[in-house]
Ligand binder design. Structure first.
Ligand code: GLU
Length: 506
């Protein structure tokens, strides 16, 4: 690598929610920057006013915040290359577009949208480019005098790149290796629009240059734009400063056929956005990983493994480990299939891995939202530590923890009733007496008491454990039943046994 300071950027257009592919682009940029002690920049590419969506920029910032991928420079924290919002840089771009016109690499085009529409209708596969450009209204086809007149009359116009004929342009992609394009295949893209705003193509090149970007990593869908950008870097005389590019592989549908879309998420019942995205124009809510109950650690971990591995079997990585181990050489060219079951596995692993303390606030909110008040935080922590290995998504904490705070609302009586006997009733009545007399209240002691009584009454322990569990929990789940009894305490345990006995015998 050259000794140029590493500066990477994530350059989203604020057009809606952030797809998980977008967050993976952020992550790979971030990992690369941090690994090389470089800067990670967030630049908002909002030059397309028609596609601008209110709230999308804030949403992007919130996503980065949630994931803990905080930019070193952005519209919020600013930096030496401000502004970081392209709409606020509007005045910068015209000069470069005009320079390209002067050099003969770009030209003014005066065609109205209606004229272009007409051409598209009449000519199959119409492209504004080598084949048709001389028949259209632009500074290549018109005389100098006509052009001056049109410009003087402030006739609305755009500036287009003049794609050269019969050339091959190429670059070395850090993931794909040598990539080349025929210029004949590419149309004369608009660089500067009639409203004076640059298009993405011009703005991305100018800003990557002015912001001293050393590496540009973006999704594979931007590969077709590369020839235009390559020529702009060359024509503007900046070729030596061009960032090293890497086009990241697509994230594919679970069956591997095509790019994973928002629609696939809705169809298959899983999120594809980082966080809930509410579209105020359509009233549509697109669900997000965060709200479904993913930990950001798990979300990043699963994204990292979509297209990358460290060459070993290791799958669980902290962000610091990722920074240490990440390398673009190990990012695959092929698309990565998204597997929601695997995504949930990552979350379950991360819930196991993080300290209970890390989950306290989240679980408290989950319980309180369901009307369970949590007064004692130490108790909450003990409960979390007991049940966290059983939770896949954060809302699972409700089912797994609620009965530590209140009596079961429902009992799985059907699991008990068919095998219920008077002898068992007698056993539990006696157990209540024994428990009332119990001095120390700990799981091990309770288990001994319970088993001794069972032996005394000649009932198999196995026949009594499930009823006890249903009495305390309501269902056939949860950690070791005596651990539950220890935590909920003597009074509550006895109360629950007595209440359930009434139910079982009614
Ligand atoms: N503004 C483009 C986007 O929305 C950025 C592509 C790039 O990184 O060059 O993704």
């Amino acid at each position: 690598m050259s000794d140029k300071k590493v500066r990477v950027r994530f350059a989203p257009s604020p057009t809606g929610g952030l797809h998980l592919g977008g967050v993976r682009t952020v992550l790979f940029n971030y990992l690369f920057a941090k690994k090389h002690k470089g800067d990670f920049i967030l630049r908002i590419e909002d030059t397309d006013q028609n596609r601008y969506v209110e709230g999308a920029e804030t949403y992007i910032l919130d996503c980065l915040q949630w994931c803990g991928l905080i930019p070193d420079e952005s519209p919020v924290v600013s930096g030496p290359f401000a502004p970081y919002r392209q709409s606020e840089r509007k005045a910068i771009y015209r000069e470069y577009a005009e320079r390209l016109v002067m050099q003969g690499h770009a030209y003014y085009a005066f065609d109205t949208p209606e004229e272009l529409e007409q051409n598209r209708k009449e000519i199959p596969n119409f492209q504004y480019g080598q084949v048709y450009r001389m028949g259209l209204r632009n500074s290549l086809s018109l005389t100098e005098h006509e052009v001056d007149q049109l410009l003087d009359a402030k006739t609305p116009h755009v500036i287009r790149i003049k794609m050269p004929a019969d050339e091959r342009v190429s670059f070395n992609d850090m993931i794909r290796g040598h990539v080349s394009f025929e210029t004949n295949q590419v149309d004369d893209k608009v660089l500067l629009k009639a409203d004076g705003m640059p298009t993405y193509h011009l703005a991305v090149v100018v800003d990557d240059y002015l912001m001293k970007i050393s590496h540009a990593f973006r999704g594979e869908e931007w590969l077709p734009s590369a020839p235009v950008h390559l020529l702009l870097w060359e024509y503007l005389g900046w070729k030596a400063d061009m960032p090293q590019w890497a086009h990241l592989p697509l994230i594919l549908k679970p069956d591997g056929h095509g790019k994973l879309s928002k629609r696939d998420g809705a169809r298959l019942g899983f999120p594809v956005y980082a966080m809930n995205w509410f579209d105020a124009r359509t009233g549509e809510l697109t669900p997000g990983f965060r709200e479904l109950g993913f930990l950001p650690e798990a979300f990043l971990n699963l994204l990292a493994t979509l297209g990358w591995n460290d060459g070993t079997d290791q799958e669980i990585f902290t962000l610091d480990e990722l920074i240490e181990k990440f390398s673009l050489e190990r990012v695959s060219k092929a698309g990565a299939k998204f597997d929601f079951e695997k995504a949930k596995w990552f979350n379950a692993e991360w819930i196991k891995k993080v300290k209970g303390e890390r989950l306290k606030e989240k679980v408290k909110t989950i319980l309180e939202d369901k009307g369970i008040s949590v007064a004692d935080e130490d108790y909450l922590l003990k409960v979390i530590n007991k049940v966290k290995d059983r939770c896949v998504l954060l809302p699972d904490f409700y089912q797994q923890a609620a009965y530590f705070f209140e009596q079961p609302k429902e009992y799985d009586i059907n699991s008990v009733k068919p095998k219920w006997t008077d002898a068992k009733t007698e056993f539990f009545n006696l157990l209540v007496d024994k428990l009332s007399a119990e001095k120390a209240w700990d799981a091990a002691g309770l288990e001994i008491t319970f088993k001794a009584l069972a032996e005394d009454k000649a009932i198999k322990v196995g026949e009594l454990m499930l009823p006890l569990r249903i009495m305390l929990v309501g269902g056939k789940f949860g950690p070791h039943v005596f651990d539950i009894a220890e935590l909920i305490g003597k009074v509550e345990t006895i109360k629950r046994i007595q209440k359930a006995l009434e139910l079982f015998n009614s």
